[in-house]
Design a binder for this molecule. Sequence first.
Ligand SMILES: Cc1ncc(COP(=O)(O)O)c(C=O)c1O
Length: 461
Amino acid sequence: MSNSEELSDLRNQIKEVTNEIIRLVHNRMEIAKRIGNVKQELSIDVEDEQVENDIKESIIKLAKELGMDLEFSGKLLNILLLESVKVQNRKSDSHKISPHMAVFMKAKEMEKLGQNIFHLEVGEPDYAPPLSVRNELLKIYDDKKYHYTEISGIPRLRNAIAERTGYGTNSEQVLVTPGGRFAVFCAITSLLKPGDELINIEPSWPAYKECADFIGVKIRSLKTSLEDKWIPNVSKLENLVNANTKMIILNYPNNPTGKILPKNILDKIVSMSKDYNLFLLSDEVYSAYSFVDFTSLLEYECSKKITISSFSKTFGMTGFRVGYAISDKEIIRKMSSVQATSITSVAEPMQYCALMALESTIHDNVDLVKSRIDLITKRIRKMRTEFVYPDGAMYVYPKILSDVYKSDMALVKKLLENGVAIAPGSGFGSFYKHFIRISACQPETVLNQGLDIMERILTQG
Ligand SMILES: Cc1ncc(COP(=O)(O)O)c(C=O)c1O
């Protein structure tokens, strides 16, 4: 056979094999649909980590036998797994709206009908931004600060953030984003690719998973428990690492538990992430609300670290949409490209407001949130709950011990019928169906009225 004949024969073979792969993938999707139907009949969750891990193990074994690249085979598997989840979710419709959002929307509907609702579910400070921000807002029009800016943010703001951050940070290591949420999005979408994996510690703010799902990155979750005081088990964390793992996400002080990691645990996680050459993304948007010592990831020497902060919670500026990421210059460059492609820059007026906010003190806000957390914990101690007193953030995350309300949704529904909106624990991970999250973002009178109703319901039940 001549070379050109051989080439033509091989091309035919590769075409046939590719066709066969597509036929098999189609077959797999049909089976996944049927699994989705059965799960719906049985009312069980679409995602089952144990089952996925079993498949992953068998794939690793096979790839080793065949001498195939482990990362590549793992990536293919992850793409297939994510497609199966999508197909099954389409059946159940359950993915369309998070339990937390569903409560919020229902509460808003009830308010429209004239019912008074105590909002203990929202994670948005009720206090105003600093007065210096108000004054800046009033001046911005006359000062003509309403143009496109540098993609990564105006130099004055980047410099001020770098200076305030310390640890020798320079302005090239700062990316100003429209909120901390977009900084998370920039990091995940610029550093990870479809089929890669990231490790997330639950219970967790749902945006990390939403963002990973959005670009086809597979999430591996490490569950933490109330019994372990929400401290992650580092050996279990290490066991989740495989050839496809690219990033670990940390969020301390944590939403929803309020946990702050003990320094020795953070030391171990940082050292492990270096051993495996992983990105370490630390979402520190609640760091101003630390009631015990807080160690930032900024303190560590680690070239693949990304730290995220925001003006939203610290200064009561949620609607201004200003947050930022601090990282290595090259990582910031990659993250900036997401911003350049999608939004050009953060609105200039908002960047100047953020600059003003940096000059103000926040002690009053922190004291206020702490005193509300004291109030909430004092009151729920007398109800049928169990919790760890928060080290920081703006929430209390108790376990409900009631014999009547055996799931968070049953209690959340009952509370809403009685005029109290509360975030279900399962919105932060399906494992936490006996928890609720109470937010300290409302005045004491509102908290007390909402908690009165909750006490009545829980002590009756
Ligand atoms: C853990 C965590 N990170 C980030 C954010 C995002 O805040 P923003 O986008 O308003 O800065 C939130 C908001 O609730 C949060 O809870």
